[in-house]
Write a protein that binds this ligand. Structure first.
Ligand code: SAM
Length: 267
């Protein structure tokens, strides 16, 4: 049986996942409370669109992961200048889903990717169970035109701003606040760049997710207290599930300067 986007196999897999792996996340998305009224029919429509996107576009996430991110975006619906950031778009499946929900919440989605695939790197890695993995230059390539097409078909292109280029070049120029960020970038070096530029911009109530918690090099970055203090400028956050789970959430950590001011006041 043929696999891949657009096949019967893919559609059957989607149904199987909805009934098993992703079921709890779907139920909680349908029942969640948000500051805006989103009727059940609309929620079901969003879930259906997520599934249809996955059926047609090569995707590297589960519906449960994207529904969790969607829930966090909708919890902030109506916030002035609501800003969602995606780092790592590939073919745009996750982008289309995020754009749909960001538009509903009245926000803007900033999409960062090379749109040429992974950068050249020398970062052999291992997944948590010890299997070796390597992300070759150009892997996961989704051209900008292809991503735009997929977002136009399945998402809300009017909510998106695309930032094409290496993160090290595009992220420093991004000046806005960040309410919800989703990182799916695979490399420790890319993760570092994203954290340095995005975490200090997280607003209260904001959150940054990473889908790369299954990679040992990324786990090492996330658990490196010195990196958080010296390069991000924040108190190392406690990350639930670090070293055990692929999908991780990081809330806005206190700035190191604020912690030091607190210590000085107390002494
Ligand atoms: C696994 S794919 C993203 C998958 C997508 N989020 C999904 O769920 O379908 C990783 C993406 O990160 C991008 N990427 C990784 N490091 C990068 C860097 N330093 N600068 C720009 N893009 C980068 C790659 O181009 C690739 O599109």
């Amino acid at each position: 049986m043929r696999r891949g986007p657009g096949t019967l196999y893919r559609r059957l897999q989607s149904v199987r996942y909805l009934l098993r792996r992703d079921r709890a996340a779907v139920v909680s998305f349908l029942a969640a409370r948000w500051p805006i009224d989103v009727p059940l029919s609309r929620r079901l429509g969003i879930v259906a669109r997520f599934v249809s996107t996955t059926n047609h576009v090569r995707a590297y996430h589960s519906q449960a992961q994207l529904l969790r991110v969607a829930d966090r975006i909708l919890r902030l619906a109506g916030r002035p200048d609501l800003t969602v950031v995606e780092a790592g778009a590939c073919k745009g499946a996750s982008t289309a889903k995020l754009s749909l929900v960001t538009a509903l919440a009245g926000g803007r989605l900033h999409v960062f990717d090379s749109f040429r695939g992974m950068p050249p790197n020398d970062e052999p890695d291992h997944v948590l169970d010890g299997r070796p993995v390597r992300f070759r230059a150009g892997a996961f390539r989704g051209r900008l035109a292809e991503v735009r097409r997929n977002v136009a078909r399945f998402g809300a292109p009017e909510a998106c701003t695309f930032h094409a280029g290496w993160f090290a070049d595009t992220l420093p120029a991004f000046a806005g606040p960040v309410d919800v960020a989703l990182l799916d970038v695979d490399l420790a070096s890319s993760t570092r760049t994203c954290l340095v530029h995005l975490v200090p911009r997280l607003r209260p109530g904001g959150i940054l997710f990473t889908q790369d918690g299954h990679l040992r090099n990324v786990v090492a970055v996330l658990g490196d207290a010195r990196f958080w203090r010296e390069q991000v400028g924040v108190v190392p956050p406690a990350i639930d599930g670090l070293g055990r789970r692929k999908f991780l959430a990081i809330g806005p950590p206190a700035a190191v300067a604020a912690q030091e001011a607190g210590r000085n006041r107390a002494s």
